[in-house]
Design a protein around this ligand. Structure first.
Ligand SMILES: [Zn+2]
Length: 118
């Protein structure tokens, strides 16, 4: 399998043109789709993550009435692939859109790092 590292936990498999988890090589979704929709998604209250370091009612946490934390996990091995802070009601962002033909061109020019996995 020849894959291209896109983020530390996210690759594109050039053979199948699928987003894959770089930890377990599990397929997430077609690389023309938003990779986040191929993940297991968890919605977290920011106060669960940002704990107060001192004994007070105040926290350095976004207000859960205004913000949510969305976590994206590999459905095969459970590693966290990405997370994002969003206002309530905001759809999941589409932050990476790869032109696969341009990617193959850059690979043929030798300007892209490839991972080769068994
Ligand atoms: Zn995985």
């Amino acid at each position: 399998m020849v894959s291209v590292e896109i983020t530390p936990y996210l690759d594109i498999n050039l053979d199948s043109e699928m987003w894959v988890c770089s930890s377990c090589n599990g397929d997430l979704i077609d690389c023309n789709s938003n990779y986040k929709t191929g993940c297991t998604i968890a919605e977290r209250d920011p106060s669960e993550i940002h704990h107060s370091e001192i004994d007070t009612e105040y926290k350095f946490s976004p207000d859960p009435k205004w913000c949510k934390i969305i976590e994206f996990y590999c459905p095969h091995c459970g590693i966290m692939i990405e997370n994002e802070y969003l206002p309530l009601g905001h759809p999941i962002t589409h932050d990476i859109d790869i032109d696969i033909d341009q990617l193959r061109t850059k690979i043929s020019e030798g300007s892209i790092h490839l991972r080769t996995k068994p």
